[in-house]
Design a protein around this ligand. Sequence first.
Ligand code: SF4
Length: 450
Amino acid sequence: MDIRLKKYALADLPRYTSFPTAVQFHGEVGEVEYRRWLANIAPQEPLSLYLHIPFCQQMCWYCGCHTSVAHSYERVGAYVLDLLREIDLLAAALPAHHGGLAHVHFGGGSPTLLSDTDFAAISAKIMEKFGARSEMELAVEIDPRTMSKTKALALAAAGVTRASLGVQDFNEHVQKKINRIQPFSQVKQSVDWLRSAGINAINFDLIYGLPGQSVTDVERSTALAASLQPDRLAVFGYAHVPWFKKHQSMIKDADLPGMEDRFAQAQMVGAGLEKAGYVAIGFDHYAKPDDSMALAAKRGKLRRNFQGYTTDAADTLLGLGASSIGAMEAGYVQNAPSMDGWRDAIHGGNLPIVRGVTLVGEDKMRRAAIMTLMSAMVLDLAAHCQTFGATPAALDDALIKLAPLADDGLVELDGRQIKVTAQGRLFVRNIAACFDTYLQADAGRHSKAV
Ligand code: SF4
């Protein structure tokens, strides 16, 4: 790696799935603000939903999600009943006329741990309460170890159109170190079942920087993943934060690839996928050239939300389930992460919001600048500021911060025109950070840029 780039790769930075980021959420934004924002949703405005299922069959040591091992289905079944109650509460807080659902995402945890009956009940409830737009996409995160032919058919019958499979790495010695044994044959079988059931939009998640993982391992996993022809792949660098996620202490520091190796692995995934015919999207996604995400990126219509890059065009994302986050024009809200706090609020007839942040001052202008740069990789800063009613120079503080990144080849600056270079694509979080007036240099609050 070029010596000048090391400082960028080592920086602890947000992923900018929101702005302000979750670090800025606080307890003064709660249910009262959320109900006011919900009441202000315009007639015919499309909505998106995120439903969090915080249970897994066993813990993967690398996991950074809000989840726990279910042990018995009793806990999961009780959670589903409360989730159905929360859907009722949220629907009652919305104006009578809204535009219906554009996008639904079941995440976790492992939504495929739900019984087929429970999944169908949740899906039926959201359709009954919110209604579906004709273009609605219903996406589900899939743990291949919990899949069966019957489950694939049940997901399709419940309206699922997109399946996102956690693949991570196909090498057994790496899988052992992360407590996730999942042979290639199991992933292939899951994909075959899903496609046979009519769920043809397939996403994979891959991870580099895992314990024991080498560049050769990454090359092999990438080639095997591409051989199954997923439509999209998201590629993440493992974030080792054992002080924050206790189970990650099962991973030995000594087994983790160093920064140079992580960088080489990230480049290897990109090279492997591009060789297989995928196009790079943003800094961590790849898609077939004719996939709707690749087309949206080409048209500058790509967005970012808490799942990363998305084609979802709705401005309002409503969260359901413990710990879920909602994003609205006015700000962000988060449900109680603790199961008890979440359940008690719902049983009391309350929306279980515990924190959030209201967008103030230049936040919307800065948020849009960050999202545009991370998606389109170009920004006409003067025109951007003017669309927000500000002077062309309103965000020039960011230009000053970008100057050294331009010297290092990550961006090209032409007056107030900003263009991320091919080299800068992997470091676009460092570029976005130049617009982040809240960013604090606290190590450990965020993940490494690469
Ligand atoms: S299946 Fe996913 S959510 Fe569950 S422990 Fe593994 S990585 Fe975490």
